[in-house]
Design a binder for this molecule. Structure first.
Ligand code: AMP
Length: 175
């Protein structure tokens, strides 16, 4: 499958979850066995240029990419979760979302000091979520060297929110 055919597996839902947002629904891609595999393989190939110790995945759609990538690349997987879900001591951060406000948490002892981290989510929009996650990872001692997404909404310029020395890998770009 070429990249354009793969991208066409993503369903666009206008005005969800609120007016003016065009929601990128990846469930239609994930249910296609060949498409899901190709997305993971393509992201793994991009990421393999960078040495990483951990993949930090953002709840919840980030897990759908982070888990298979950690398995394929042979890295550990660290979970960033919504408040109140992680059982041990946490570090937390509040951030603005394209729609609303939220808090994310990570286990304080999840990353040894200086370990190289890639942060992954399904989609880069305004960049608020991934920026907050980068700051959260720093708080617990990790060194974020790259981020990766299945989808990048380029018109929202999320990349510009991130430090310029952090690599940004994305598969499907929307203008
Ligand atoms: P942002 O913090 O603005 O970069 O938003 C990224 C987060 O919000 C990701 O976790 C996405 O899953 C979700 N998100 C934002 N905009 C969309 C969209 N248009 N379609 C699907 N998910 C979105």
């Amino acid at each position: 499958m070429n990249l354009e055919n793969l991208q066409n597996k993503i369903r666009n839902i206008p005005n969800f979850p609120k007016p003016g947002i065009e929601f990128k629904d990846i469930t239609t891609l994930l249910k296609d066995a060949a498409a899901y595999k190709e997305v993971i393989d393509a992201l793994a190939q991009k990421i393999s240029q960078t040495h990483i110790d951990y993949i930090v995945a953002i709840e919840s759609r980030g897990y759908l990419l982070g888990a298979p990538l950690a398995y394929k690349l042979g890295t550990g997987l660290v979970l960033v979760r919504k408040p109140g879900k992680l059982p041990a001591e946490v570090e937390k951060i509040e951030y603005d979302l394209e729609y609303g406000k939220d808090t994310l948490e990570i286990h304080k002892d999840s990353i040894e000091k200086g370990k190289k981290v890639l942060v992954i989510d399904d989609l880069l929009a305004t960049g608020g979520t991934v920026k907050a996650t980068i700051d959260l990872v720093k708080k617990v001692g990790g060194d974020v060297v790259a981020t990766a997404f299945m989808i990048e909404l380029e018109n929202l310029h999320g990349k510009e929110k991130l430090p310029s020395d952090i690599k940004v890998y994305s598969l499907f770009k929307y203008k």
